[in-house]
Design a protein around this ligand. Structure first.
Ligand code: ATP
Length: 235
């Protein structure tokens, strides 16, 4: 199991007040897969990813990343790059300067080559030298992805990275994820859009009301279960 990027086993999260947002969730992600965590609002995707990032603790079950159990502050968290919407960039600094500042704060030295590769994958071109206040929403989002990719983590975790983007920006974001996956690293990305998962991911886990309702290769799920799963939510 040491080489497996992600194993989730019996994962459950009950919030104080009684709501169980994630119920007995189990799946695994193999190296090089792009896994889409798919489900409507409230399915429990964000809760799952926050447990994976070590931000909240499960009520039951466990998450292992490269064989190491995720707990708050676990050293293995440094092997996970995570994107959370609305990263606070300093508008009067360039994209590159913002990333350097962020990385310095982590206390880990960054290799110039890694910085350049992350920026290249993010596809911001020469705009990385411009002040962030001149960026479009899509560019800010891709800078946030570049930030998550700094150090080229073996596991990249993204919670709805296309939220708030228009179709051309969504297309660019998809290319960013595909370029990252092409380096052989593993990606877990959440979405509430079947079409988006179909276009971006190799594998999918479908969640509904905290439970896994389907999992497998994207082609198989789209052909058999995806549509049926989403009909559940329609009146
Ligand atoms: P969305 O796309 O809307 O973010 P999601 O699939 O990511 O949906 P979660 O955000 O994980 O779903 O929410 C799952 C359920 O848990 C929802 O019913 C939500 O209201 C509830 N929930 C989320 N965070 C908390 C919290 N801190 N305290 C109590 N309930 C919460």
């Amino acid at each position: 199991l040491a080489g497996v990027p992600l194993v989730i086993d019996g994962l459950t999260k009950a919030y104080p007040g009684g709501l169980t947002a994630v119920k007995d969730l189990s799946f695994r992600v193999e190296p090089g897969q792009v896994l889409g965590l798919l489900g409507p609002n409230g399915a429990g995707k964000t809760t799952t990813l926050r447990m994976l990032m070590g931000l909240i603790t499960p009520t039951a079950g466990e998450i292992r990343v490269f064989g190491h159990r995720i707990t708050p502050g676990a050293p293995v968290l440094s092997r996970i790059g995570s994107f959370v919407e609305g990263s606070g960039f300093l508008p009067h600094l360039s994209g590159t300067a913002n990333l350097r500042l962020y990385w310095d704060a982590t206390g880990r030295p960054i290799e110039q080559a890694h910085l350049e590769q992350a920026l290249e994958i993010a596809g911001l071109g020469n705009a990385v030298h411009r002040k962030v206040r001149t960026y479009s929403q899509g560019m800010r989002q891709r800078l946030a992805i570049a930030q998550a990719m700094l150090g080229l983590p073996e596991l990249l975790v993204l919670d709805e990275p296309t939220n708030g983007l228009d179709p051309p920006q969504i297309h660019q974001m998809r290319e960013v994820l595909q370029r990252y996956a092409a380096t052989g690293r593993t990606v877990v990305v959440s979405s509430h859009l079947l079409a988006e998962v179909e276009q971006t991911c190799t594998h999918v886990v479908v969640m509904h009301r905290g439970r896994l309702v389907a999992a497998g290769e994207v082609g198989d799920i789209v052909a058999t279960g995806g549509e049926a799963t989403f009909r559940v939510d329609r009146p």
